[in-house]
Design a protein around this ligand. Structure first.
Ligand SMILES: N[C@@H](CCC(=O)N[C@@H](CS)C(=O)NCC(=O)O)C(=O)O
Length: 100
């Protein structure tokens, strides 16, 4: 199934300057399988999932299959994806004291 792309619901806005599209296009270009999870727009208050996962309310954000999340500025996320480093973002920190 791949990763989940949590993004805004303006799915029609496909221009480079649009943060969500920038990241979605990079996933497309790299052939990374993903599921789009459109969030509520514009209400930040209803963004419970992305807030719980990333500690903030902006999109886009990526959720890995094991439930971990990745969120940076969209331009940095794009670079990460295009450089083939997306999966390196799904590494549990060395000091994580709650392994499962
Ligand atoms: N500088 C941020 C901007 C992110 C951003 O504005 N995302 C939009 C969706 S495309 C959003 O969540 N806007 C509404 C909000 O911030 O509540 C980035 O590039 O990641």
């Amino acid at each position: 199934m791949g990763v989940k792309l949590h993004r805004c619901s303006n799915l029609w806005l496909k221009v480079k300057a649009h943060p969500c599209w920038k990241v979605q296009k990079a996933l497309d270009d790299l052939g990374i399988e993903y599921e789009v999870v459109p969030g509520p727009w514009p209400s930040r208050k209803k963004r419970d999932a992305v807030l719980a996962g990333t500690g903030q309310t902006s999109y886009p954000a990526i959720q890995f299959e094991d439930g971990r999340w990745y969120r940076e500025q969209s331009k940095d996320m794009e670079h990460t994806i295009r450089e083939g480093r997306l999966m390196t973002k799904n590494v549990r920190p060395a000091n994580d004291s709650n392994p499962s």
